[in-house]
Structures are given as structure tokens and as C-alpha cells.
Design a protein around this ligand. Structure first.
Ligand code: NAD
Length: 488
């Protein structure tokens, strides 16, 4: 397998090694082998990144020069597009993506969604004339300005690293913020490579810094506690999100949190081509490592056996159509790491102890390679109080829960700590009415695409706060300010 280049730090317009040239291994999920090295950033490297981003925000025209921003971010986006093949390699070797998943969500969609954001830039209203008003004996001419929040710490996960990095970095840069990107230790190169292309695009020094580190928490904790960082935009687990909220409280940090999910996929009894809708609900894409992936399937009791039969067929058909590094059409490879493998296997064991019926999969598959392979797995006869139905597994595991009627489906859907994505299949009016009552940020009706670069994305409840992507994904990095000029 090809080796990947070293992931260097990007600090103050330079690609450079970490302090003392410390490095850590970049492990390939397909083989468990080292495919590259990454700079192991230290506290003083993080300090340098913060100082650089602060300076770029305070002392350059980045925050005020809209024309320059759109020109340079557009160039940055073009460079990413031109280097698609390298991005594909990184997604495959570092994030463990199969070619089908890499070409679809990991890389091509990420690039397209990023380009959507460039178009959203044109929709932003940077200032509004609020007219002249006489108040307390004097007249004032009032203007409301929408101005960038400042320095952003962007902390990202490993599952779809390019997509999440682009959403945060483009949104913040287009708003006029400067960014310190902190990728997950499992996927350092995707972030580092973005830093390199940012330099090539001509982003001014300090506008985009990238810090990689083996310690998952060190840089993130520093960014969250530092008073010079104005915003933390975080995507990751709900547990770390809560920790960031605690750490950010001291400096009243502005926080955007994109957290976990346990999204539903409701198949109503009047769904067109009912069996097909059920079959396409397998949680296998990128081995189930998607935050908005609908991993709780709700099917009507009146057609339950039919649904279980359809799923059995679907999983049988899929049984060996995954886990091949070179297969161009496959959408499922390994999970990211040994740690994640063991965590997912723990949930599969738990599901059986809880009394769910294992319809398909359930085993680790070392025969596929020395990486971290888990079979596509489906539990039926689940109840919504089981931990496998309530907790985010983040692996290729689907839980199927029967429901009585529409009210019951809505009740089960909303009986969750999470509220990120979801789907409803059925006659349009009925399915849309149900979708409107689900407490979640993005719902698809009859496979409608609710997640694109020109639409806001984010969670309700413990799935987080704030929105990324779309116009809202730029506006969230802006603050509102009033200037009133007297004597008018
Ligand atoms: P994680 O929470 O362990 O790590 C996410 C990032 O936070 C990493 O960069 C990590 O190094 C950093 N981090 C760890 N401890 C930290 C701390 N104390 N302070 C600051 N930063 C810290 O999550 P993960 O295992 O990398 O990713 C999987 C999780 O991410 C899943 O729960 C998944 O649902 C979630 N996710 C959510 C979305 C979304 O948009 N809602 C998208 C992708 C992934």
C-alpha cells in the first residue's frame, strides 16, 4: 500500500515540524500498519498557532476585506478540487474509507458542499441601515454591522475529516475570522494538507493554522481555555462537547458544537416500494461512522415480518460486498481504529445481552486484513429503552424497532437524548407531518437530501448547538454591532 507524506504543522504561513521534531504514527485502518508520520505538536506549538491567528485577526485587513476573502477562499477551494486524487488517497489510507464512500461523501460531496458555501457568501448582509431616529432629544443615524467573531479554534473528528474541516474552515474564513484547525489524531494529514493548500492559495500568514498532535486533548484544551481564542467550533462526541462547554465557561467562549446522533429512519406502512425502502436503510455506509446516519429503523408492526425479511435479504446480499480496498463501488471498509473496533464489538455483545435478536453480522472479521473490520450488523426486535437503541455506536450496526401507529413512531423518534438527522418514508403529506414533529435538525422525507452545502446543518438536544454549512454556517461566525451617529 502507498505511503502517505508526513503531516506537518501549518503555523504562521509555514509548513514545519513540531517542536523537537516529535512525530507520531499515522495508522491505516485497512492494515493496522503505519502509513505515514505526523507532527506531534507541543504546548509551545499550540501557543505559536494561537499567537499567529490572533495577530492575523487583529493586525491585517482579513476581517474587513470582503473582496480579498472571497477571492482567496475561492482559490483555496479550486486547489482542493485540483488535488482531488490526493484527497482520495488520504481519505482511503488515513480515514479507512472505501472508494465508493470516499468518492461520495468523503471527498466529492465535501468539495461540492464547500463550493456551495462560496455561493452563500454572496447572500450575507454585512450591514443594515436602520434609519435615523429621534430619541431622548437627539437624532441618530443607526447602522447594524455584522462583524467576524475573531479567532476560531476548529476541532474536528476522524470520520469524514475533509467534509468537517471544510465546513468549519470555509465558514469561519468567509466570515472574516482566522482559524486554528485541530484535526483528530487518527486523521492528521487531511488537516495538514489543507494547511499546505491554504498557503499555496495565498491565504495571509496566520489566517489558517493547523496543529496536529498525538494527544487527543492537549491542543483542544488549550484552545478552549485560552482567552485569545474567541470561538470554538467543535465536531465530535457529546462527552467531549460537554467538557468543552465546561472549559469554555471561564472565558465565556462562543461555542458551536456538532455532536453525536441516534437518528431515526421511519418507514410508514404506505411507503412506496416498502421492501426497497427498508432494504436501503442498512447502516453500512463508511461502516456506520456518520453522525447523522439513521441507525434506528422504525417499522410498523402491521408489516414487521415483511420488513425483517427484506432486511435479511439485504444483509445477505451485502455480506461479502464490503471490505475490499480496491473495489471501486464498495461503500464500506473497516472502522477507524482498534479502540473503535473494540467499542463497537462491545455494543454488539451488549445488544445480545439486552435481548435484541441478531439478524445479520455481529462478528469481527480479521480474515479481511489486519485492520479493524466488523461485519455489517443488524439487530431486530429492539426496544427503545435498550442501550443499543439509545447510545451512539458509530459502527455498522442497525437497530430495528417496531411501532404501532404514527403517534407511537413520533414518540419513539423523540425519546432520545439526540436530535441530529433522520428520515421518514411514506405518502408525502403524512410523512412530512411526522417529519415536522421530530425534534432534530435535518430530516429527509422519501430520501430527500437534507444535508447539502447550501443548507444549515446541526443538532437539537444533545446533538449540539449552532449551525454549519449554508448561509447560517457563515453567519454563525459573525457578531452583531450597532453604530449610532448623533447630530443628524
Ligand atoms: P471525540 O469527541 O473523541 O474527538 C473529536 C475531536 O476532539 C478530536 O479532534 C479530538 O482530538 C478532540 N478532543 C478530544 N478531547 C478533547 C478535549 N478535552 N478538549 C478539546 N478537544 C478534544 O470524537 P471522535 O471519536 O473523534 O469522533 C466521533 C464522534 O464525533 C461521534 O460521537 C460522532 O457522532 C461525532 N461526530 C459528529 C458530527 C456532527 O456533525 N454532529 C460529525 C462527525 C462526527
Amino acid at each position: 500500500m502507498n505511503q502517505l507524506p508526513d503531516a506537518l504543522l501549518c503555523i504562521d504561513g509555514e509548513m514545519r515540524p513540531a517542536e523537537g521534531d516529535k512525530k507520531f504514527d499515522n495508522i491505516c485502518p485497512w492494515t493496522g500498519e503505519v502509513v505515514g508520520q505526523a507532527a506531534d505538536g507541543s504546548a509551545s506549538d499550540v501557543e505559536a498557532a494561537i499567537a499567529s491567528s490572533r495577530k492575523a485577526f487583529d493586525e491585517t485587513d482579513w476581517s474587513t476585506n470582503h473582496a480579498k476573502r472571497i477571492e482567496l477562499v475561492t482559490k483555496f477551494a479550486q486547489l482542493l478540487r485540483e488535488n482531488r486524487d490526493t484527497l482520495m488517497q488520504i481519505a482511503r489510507l488515513e480515514a479507512g474509507s472505501s472508494i465508493g464512500a470516499a468518492a461520495f461523501a468523503q471527498v466529492d460531496n465535501a468539495l461540492t458542499c464547500g463550493e456551495d458555501m462560496l455561493k452563500c457568501f454572496e447572500e450575507i448582509e454585512w450591514q443594515e441601515d436602520r434609519g435615523v431616529r429621534e430619541f431622548m432629544g437627539g437624532k441618530s443615524k443607526r447602522t447594524v454591522y455584522h462583524t467576524p467573531l475573531g479567532v476560531v479554534g476548529a476541532i474536528t473528528p476522524w470520520n469524514v475529516p475533509l467534509y468537517v474541516n471544510i465546513g468549519k474552515v470555509y465558514g469561519a474564513l468567509l466570515a472574516g475570522c482566522t482559524v486554528i484547525l485541530k484535526p483528530a489524531p487518527d486523521t492528521p494529514l487531511m488537516g495538514s494538507y489543507m494547511g499546505e493548500l491554504g498557503i499555496q492559495a495565498g491565504l495571509p500568514k496566520g489566517v489558517l493554522n493547523v496543529i496536529t498532535a498525538q494527544d487527543p486533548a492537549l491542543a483542544g484544551e488549550m484552545l478552549t481555555r485560552d482567552h485569545r481564542v474567541d470561538v470554538i467550533s467543535f465536531t465530535g462526541s457529546t462527552g467531549v462537547g460537554k467538557r468543552i462547554m465546561e472549559n469554555g465557561a471561564e472565558s465565556l467562549k462562543r461555542l458551536f458544537l456538532e455532536l453525536g446522533g441516534k437518528s431515526v429512519n421511519i418507514i410508514l406502512d404506505d411507503a412506496d416500494d416498502f421492501a426497497m425502502k427498508v432494504m436501503t436503510g442498512m447502516a453500512v455506509f463508511h461502516a456506520g461512522q456518520g453522525c447523522a446516519m439513521p441507525t434506528r429503523m422504525l417499522v410498523p408492526k402491521s408489516r414487521y415480518e415483511e420488513a425483517v425479511g427484506a432486511l435479511q435479504m439485504a444483509y445477505q446480499g451485502f455480506a461479502e460486498r464490503w471490505g475490499d480496498f480496491d473495489a471501486p463501488d464498495q461503500v464500506m471498509g473497516p472502522v477507524i481504529s482498534k479502540r473503535q473496533h473494540d467499542r463497537v464489538m462491545g455494543y454488539i455483545e451488549l445488544g445480545q445481552q439486552e435481548g435484541a435478536r441478531l439478524l445479520a453480522g455481529g462478528k469481527s472479521r480479521p480474515d479481511k486484513g489486519n485492520g479493524f473490520f466488523i461485519e455489517p450488523t443488524c439487530f431486530v426486535d429492539c426496544t427503545n429503552d435498550m442501550r443499543i437503541a439509545r447510545e451512539e455506536i458509530f459502527g455498522p450496526v442497525l437497530c430495528v424497532i417496531p411501532f404501532e401507529d404514527d403517534e407511537d413512531a413520533i414518540r419513539i423518534a423523540n425519546d432520545s437524548d439526540y436530535g441530529l438527522g433522520g428520515g421518514v418514508h411514506g405518502s408525502v403529506e403524512r410523512a412530512t407531518a411526522i417529519a415536522r414533529r421530530i425534534h432534530a435538525g435535518a430530516i429527509s422525507v422519501n430520501s430527500g437530501m437534507s444535508i447539502t452545502g447550501d443548507l444549515p446543518f446541526g443538532g437539537f438536544k444533545q446533538s449540539g448547538m449552532g449551525r454549519e454549512w449554508g448561509r447560517e454556517g457563515i453567519e454563525d461566525f459573525l457578531d452583531t454591532k450597532v453604530i449610532a451617529v448623533g447630530g443628524q
